[in-house]
Design a protein around this ligand. Sequence first.
Ligand code: ZN
Length: 93
Amino acid sequence: MNLKLFIKKNVQLARCPNCNTIASLRRSRSRNIFEKIIKKLKISAYFCQSCGWRGRLLTFKLSRNFFKLIFFYIMTMVVSAYIVLRFLRSYFD
Ligand SMILES: [Zn+2]
């Protein structure tokens, strides 16, 4: 499954949540294992160059197609389960 279908880059990243300055955020280096794990979860630590704000932001957010794709996968599973069930019933009857 391609994860890029579900998530996209968070475009609001460029704006500082504290002072609202555009393009002032820089990614801060993860200093310990705990921060590295958080980074793996796509929540990176950032700091603002203009006001000194420090915090974490979601690097990714769900794409618009997310629910459409989830619905499609569930429907595919339900339909194939139904077909298998029908086949098994006709086989054993
Ligand atoms: Zn700021």
